[in-house]
Design a protein around this ligand. Structure first.
Ligand code: ZN
Length: 115
């Protein structure tokens, strides 16, 4: 499962941060996941208990914030939402557009440690 590999990197990074902060556990982790990042939020949530088992993140809650994809269309001079089913074309004027400004995020937004 692709998501499991992504989560293992997240767990590694968060554990390193928790170690640096002297925390013995992590209670919750927030991820920002773009619509075109290639990661499926439901699959991330499903793989989370497996990825965190035996780590400082075991039992931590996972929060996934989904980010819709958008391009900047030079022809319309405006931001337009896009999705992977139609490719990177402006939905308003149909111009091909590679100028993705949002949607490929895969990043840790927060990690909560107990006080
Ligand atoms: Zn356009």
């Amino acid at each position: 499962m692709h998501e499991l590999g992504l989560l293992r990197s997240v767990v590694k990074a968060v554990e390193a941060a928790a170690d640096a902060a002297g925390a013995t556990a992590v209670e919750g982790v927030g991820l920002r996941v773009g619509q075109l990042s290639g990661a499926v939020p439901e699959a991330l949530k499903g793989a989370w208990p497996i990825a965190t088992a035996g780590t400082k993140l075991a039992g931590a809650a996972l929060e996934v914030e989904e980010v819709g994809a958008a391009i900047w269309c030079a022809a319309c001079a405006t931001e337009q939402p896009v999705d992977q089913f139609y490719g990177l074309r402006c939905p308003a004027c149909d111009a091909p557009c590679g100028n993705l400004i949002r949607g490929r995020e895969f990043e840790v937004v927060f990690a909560d440690v107990p006080d």
